[in-house]
Design a protein around this ligand. Structure first.
Ligand SMILES: Cc1cc2nc3c(=O)[nH]c(=O)nc-3n(C[C@H](O)[C@H](O)[C@H](O)COP(=O)(O)OP(=O)(O)OC[C@H]3O[C@@H](n4cnc5c(N)ncnc54)[C@H](O)[C@@H]3O)c2cc1C
Length: 388
């Protein structure tokens, strides 16, 4: 059955024809191309690389960027694409987010013309895959402590250090790596195959199984000065990329929440217990559905308002923190409630709910944990930073 959408409060009436068209295109792709593959991909811990050219043709990579073949979608259109992709799986949405918001966006914002010409058309068309290396084994929430170093040596830089939990790492053609130099934190484009650069994939994940996650290692890895992003200086450069990606997550998780809600709603009407009555006839069940649809509606309105502000260039990182934190939290709670309402069936992969639940545990952690975003909001409203 194609997905019909979840719209309790006529939120659809707030979208333009063009926005609805973009959503419909992404929805059809998600239903027809990702959905039939995803259960086996998750079981087999396989990222479906075969979907990359089709996602590229639909303009998913760097969708809200302009130039170099990018689709120049509005931020609301881009958000709706993220929502539809993540309605099927957070791992596939992660691929799209990393490629666009964490690799193409920084090259466009901080790169040289030569870097833009070399990488952006290739990344947009899916001919090249990128990854974003910020997290290290000992520095996740606090990237300011990073130990990876970049030492200038004539016309080149020598990179040393470890990055871990890097989405797309093992399948990337280029890694955007952040390292500490005398000048502060700098960003480098490191091509796969560069001597001294190796990757190893992380196995045993119960979450994001349809996404590749890797560690990156740099041992006297030499790159040219022309591979350094010339306009990226200091930690605010990678943090600005994270803000782009978090915005997409704020929309994406609504998709996962919608799928969990709709699965539970449909199941509760069909599943009968006690006197042959559907479980939907019980108040305790209805209360859970009512909670889910209310929170999804609030999340939809928050994302839409964030998108409109972003299109007006009025969205700031503290807004994005609230969007990412709230929408991820309610999506995870929807997944947990939905799993509960499906009873034993809820733990199998015949239904998408447990997969969403496992994936959303990662989404709660990456791109700034729930705690860290609470501290960003707390700092905004009190003026007091409480990270340390
Ligand atoms: C599947 C997956 C994909 C990822 N992809 C990428 C990627 O592509 N690129 C990349 O660079 N990184 C990536 N990450 C890493 C991710 O961004 C980090 O895991 C995240 O920043 C949290 O860091 P950590 O895991 O080291 O947890 P920690 O920072 O050790 O945090 C552990 C716990 O302590 C809490 N905590 C820490 N500091 C504070 C504080 N001051 N106040 C209150 N609580 C605090 C946290 O909220 C959390 O609950 C990925 C992670 C996963 C799981």
């Amino acid at each position: 059955m194609p997905f019909r959408g979840v719209d309790y409060f006529s939120v659809d009436s707030l979208f333009s024809e063009q926005e609805l068209l973009v959503r419909q295109t992404a929805r059809r792709f998600a239903d027809e191309r990702i959905l039939p593959l995803i259960r086996d991909c998750f079981r087999d811990a396989r990222f479906p690389k075969e979907l990359i050219p089709e996602m590229a043709d639909l303009g998913f990579f760097g969708a809200n960027l302009e130039g170099y073949g990018c689709a120049a979608m509005s931020n609301v259109e881009y958000g709706l694409v993220m929502q539809e992709v993540e309605r099927v799986d957070s791992g596939i949405r992660s691929f799209v987010s990393v490629q666009g918001a964490l690799v193409m966006y920084p090259i466009l914002s901080f790169g040289s013309d030569a870097q833009k010409n070399k990488w952006l058309p290739a990344l947009q068309s899916g001919k090249a895959i990128g990854c974003f290396g910020l997290t290290e084994p000992d520095f996740g929430s606090n990237p300011a402590g990073m130990r990876a170093t970049a030492r200038r040596d004539g016309d080149s830089w020598v990179l040393n250090g470890e990055k871990t939990w890097i989405t797309n790492g093992g399948i990337s053609d280029v890694a955007l790596v952040w390292a500490r130099a005398e000048e502060g934190v700098l960003g480098f484009l490191v091509e796969t195959g560069t001597p001294g650069y190796t990757t190893s994939d992380i196995h045993g994940k119960w979450s994001m199984r349809a996404s590749v996650t890797s560690s990156l290692s740099f041992s006297d890895c030499r790159v040219k000065e022309s591979d350094r992003l010339p306009l990226a200086k200091g930690l605010k450069a990678p943090l600005s990329c994270l803000s782009q990606a978090r915005y997409g997550i704020g929309w994406g998780v609504i998709g996962a929440a919608m799928d969990c809600y709709e699965t539970a709603r449909a199941y509760s009407v069909l599943r009968k217990q006690f006197d042959d009555k559907p479980i939907a006839s019980h108040q305790l069940v209805q209360e859970k559905l009512a909670w889910m649809i209310t929170e999804i509606t609030k999340a939809q309105l928050l994302a839409l308002h964030a998108g409109r502000l972003k299109d007006q260039k009025k969205l700031d990182p503290a807004h994005v923190s609230m969007l990412k934190r709230n929408n991820t939290a309610i999506a995870l709670d929807c997944a947990r409630l939905s799993r509960d309402l499906l009873g034993a069936n809820g733990i199998t992969d015949e239904y998408p709910v447990m997969r969403h639940l496992c994936n959303l545990e990662t989404v709660k952690t990456y791109e700034g944990t729930d705690h860290i975003h609470a501290l960003v909001i707390g700092e905004r409203v009190t003026g007091v930073a409480a990270y340390k």
